[in-house]
Each structure stands twice: as C-alpha cells, then as structure tokens.
Design a protein around this ligand. Structure first.
Ligand code: SF4
Length: 179
C-alpha cells in the first residue's frame, strides 16, 4: 500500500450567513509523485501539470488536488464528510498504485472536455435510456468522466447519429483512450 496513513487538516473555507464550507488536506508521510501519471491515465477529465507536479480532478462537487506530499478537497459540508472524502481519495490512489503494472502512465496535460460541446453531439431526445433525465445531464457527467458515451443507446444504435458518434469518439476516445 502506498499511503498507509496521513495527517488530516480541516479548515473552514467559506463562512457566511448562507454558506459554511470546509476544505480538507491530507498531509502524506510518503511521496506520491510517481502515482500521479497513473491517476492521469485512469481518471478522465482530470488535468496533470508537470510543474508541481499536480493532478487536478473533480469528484462530484469537490475540486480535488493531488500533490507529491498532500491531497486536498474543497466544498465539504461537514468535518465527517471531509474525512470520508479524503479516505475515499486515499483509497483511490492506493487502488491505482496497486494496479500500476496494468496502466500506461500518462504525463500529458489533456484539454478538458466541455459539456456544451458534448451536448451538441448527443441526440437531445431526453429518452433516459442512459439513466439520466436529460441529455444535458448526461453531457455534464460525460465531461466529468462519470459516465461513458457508450451508455447512450440511441447514439450507438441508430445509424442517423453515425456522424455524431464519430465526433464523440474523436473527442473522447482519441483524446483520452478508455482503459
Ligand atoms: S440515452 Fe442518449 S439520447 Fe437518451 S437521454 Fe441519454 S444521452 Fe440523451
């Protein structure tokens, strides 16, 4: 296991009448910089920067950063949630590190996918086959790497969407090959 322990720091990030948010930082006793290209290869729509290096990613509503000596997440409602999210992120790093022999590390800074650009290519029927209520919700999740475009039944199954399918493939698959 790469990360066996960490020191958790939780701070109030935003405090007003309407908002009370925490951010959390796990200070690591080990250097995880070698794991960052494996995270970049595994988690779609994250961004790897060689300066740092740092891998920036999004988990649900949380902006997440992985540095060689720490992991940070924001937009946390409670201290308990902060601990849960950090535990989850540490587990993700450990899982990816354990599978590193099966993963081609990636040190390229990929352009982020834009939800509107993806939405433009979807059928816009809101048929819900993918499990989302609308094509736009699907596009949001697609951009965040939370779903695969293959979950859209019409785009795969109807020849009239053939051109859109090719464009989606070139946007998603060629830029960031699926594992
Ligand atoms: S399956 Fe495709 S067309 Fe149907 S709602 Fe989902 S994204 Fe839209």
């Amino acid at each position: 296991m790469l990360i066996e322990s960490y020191n958790l720091e939780i701070e109030v990030a935003d405090h007003s009448a309407e908002v009370f948010e925490y951010e959390a930082i796990a200070h690591l006793p080990v250097d995880i910089r070698e794991a960052l290209p494996y995270l970049n290869a595994t988690f779609k729509n994250g961004t790897y920067f060689t300066d740092g290096p740092v891998f920036s990613w999004r988990l649900d509503d949380h902006k997440v950063g992985f540095w060689h000596d720490r992991i940070a997440a924001d937009h946390l409602d409670t201290r308990e949630q902060a601990k849960e999210v950090i535990d989850h992120l540490v587990k993700l790093v450990n899982d990816v590190w354990a599978r590193r022999s099966e993963i081609e590390p990636d040190t390229v800074t990929h352009e982020n996918l834009q939800p509107l650009e993806l939405y433009r290519l979807l059928p816009k029927t809101n048929c819900k086959v993918c499990g989302e209520n609308t094509c736009f919700n699907f596009a949001l999740k697609l951009a965040a790497g939370m779903v695969e475009f293959q979950q859209c039944g019409p785009i795969l199954g109807d020849a009239k969407y053939g051109d859109q399918l090719k464009q989606l493939e070139s946007l998603i698959v060629l830029k960031r090959p699926l594992l």
